[in-house]
Write a protein that binds this ligand. Structure first.
Ligand SMILES: [Zn+2]
Length: 461
């Protein structure tokens, strides 16, 4: 028998659920934040976490007891009652330094702001018609990793309905739309457009927030980016109110310093896991003991997965062929790096999947960061799979010339170098394991753009 010990370090969920479990009044209360004592009026003007007094454990315990005795909570403190999780030795609700980036950003700030920006750019400034915009959403050549997240077309009623803050996209679609919007409409928007600038400032923040590794200096940069973004939003849309989720963003840099990158605990992953149970409840049609039914079926599914068939292999390589080295592009670099002969045979894959990430020739890899913090990109020419483990994979690549980061499109521009030699890169040597697809804007003779999903310079202190 194995004894497993666990401890609760953080509780994550949407605002309504977290406020309920942690003993706070609803997020619509005047004291709306679970970490600080900010009021609804103050979040309109104050965008730095130094402006707010954080909740403290002792004071909170006294106030929560008073609120619990009253029965209906205390609107002066925003507390509804005692948090039952506070009995755990390592947890206290005021030290739960975690906000969910999926609910805050993808289902909150991004939808709210992009709705306002599109309303301005499409219907007031008329840089593009709605049908043209929708046509571009439908026909845009999305990256390989974003194909499943293609956004749905938007209606005029939806964009113009400012009372409702939603755009009607799912979280994963919203992430795709937010990142691709500069390439979708950037060619029609003049440089330095104030409304478009909100989007660019938001994307800068997202780059760090969505990074799976964040350095301490980056959290300080993020703090100032968030202040810039919020101030600019208020300047451009003075009549639009800052929402609770804007205020949560103000605490993000501190939360990252306390708990690590927030994206690692976002609800998107948990909701995908819960999807099985949610679908099962409807399919099963047995509601006598729904928790037991879902738990049993879930265990059966998990068991079947661990038995073998449903379990994902570390390395999957199902297409390709054994070829002689001399027939491959960049053969000289292969011979030198792997100490092979011209007539040696090797397996060249047309696609490999490593831990669920697919690599295909002509995708781009981040193969280095130079002294000026500029990423080095290389195009995959051949994928060599000499063995059965992921560590043995070698990519034959051609280094590209990085023309720099084009802020207007929020993308790096790359060019193929004519005289560039081939080189071999191992999977373990990559700066970021997610491959990139070449993207285009709608300019005439568009350059080749690469849009990493997050900041690439996190390894630097
Ligand atoms: Zn707060």
């Amino acid at each position: 028998m194995i004894k497993v010990h666990g401890t609760l370090i953080s509780f994550v969920g949407d605002s309504l659920a977290v406020h309920d479990i942690l003993g706070f009044l609803s997020p619509s209360a005047r004291k709306l934040c679970r970490l600080c004592l900010v009021t609804r009026e103050e979040i309109q003007t104050n965008f730095s976490d130094e402006d707010f007094q954080l909740r403290e454990m002792e004071e909170h315990d006294e106030l929560s007891q008073i609120a619990a005795d009253r029965g209906r909570g205390d609107s002066d403190s925003g507390i509804r009652g005692v948090c039952p999780l506070n009995v755990l030795s390592s947890f206290h609700c005021v030290n739960n330094f975690n906000f969910d980036v999926m609910h805050d950003l993808l289902e909150g700030v991004c939808q709210y702001e992009i709705k306002l920006i599109l309303n301005q750019l499409l219907f007031v400034d008329q840089f593009m018609t709605l049908s043209e915009f929708n046509q571009r959403i439908s026909s845009f050549h999305y990256s390989f990793n974003d194909k499943k997240n293609k956004p749905t077309c938007l209606s005029m009623e939806r964009i113009r309905n400012i009372q409702d803050h939603k755009l009607g996209e799912k979280a994963s679609q919203m992430w795709c739309l937010t990142r691709m919007l500069p390439l979708l409409i950037g060619d029609r928007i003049p440089q330095d457009n104030l409304h478009y600038e909100i989007l660019l400032l938001l994307l800068q923040c997202l780059d760090i927030i969505y990074s799976p590794v964040v350095s301490i200096p980056q959290t300080v940069i993020l703090k100032h980016m968030i202040i810039d973004h919020h101030s600019h939003f208020k300047l451009v849309f003075p009549k639009s109110r800052m929402i609770n989720k804007h205020h949560h963003m103000v605490h993000y840099p501190m939360c990252m310093r306390m708990c690590g990158p927030l994206v690692l605990s976002q609800c998107l992953r948990f909701e995908i896991k819960h999807n099985f149970g949610k679908r099962l409840a409807a399919i099963n049609c047995n509601f006598r003991n729904i928790c037991k039914s879902v738990a049993v079926k879930h265990q059966v599914m998990q068991c079947a997965g661990w038995m073998g068939k449903g379990l994902r292999e570390d390395l999957e390589c199902i297409s390709g062929s054994v070829v002689t080295v001399s027939s491959l592009e960049g053969s000289q670099s292969i011979i030198e790096s792997l100490h092979l002969h011209e007539d040696s045979e090797i397996f060249a894959a047309s696609k490999v999947t490593v831990y669920g990430i697919e690599y295909i020739p002509n995708m781009y890899l981040v193969t280095g960061i130079d002294d000026d913090d500029e990423p080095q990109f290389s195009r995959i020419v051949v994928i060599l799979v000499p063995g059965t483990t992921a560590g043995e994979i070698n990519f034959v690549v051609r280094r590209c010339y990085n023309s720099g980061f084009f802020r207007h499109y929020h993308a790096f521009c790359v060019q193929e170098m004519e005289m560039c030699a081939y080189s071999l890169v191992r999977l373990d040597d990559l700066i970021d394991h997610v491959p990139l697809t070449a993207l285009s804007s709608y300019e005439n003779n568009s350059r080749v753009y690469l849009c990493p999903r997050h900041s690439l310079i996190h390894h630097r202190e």
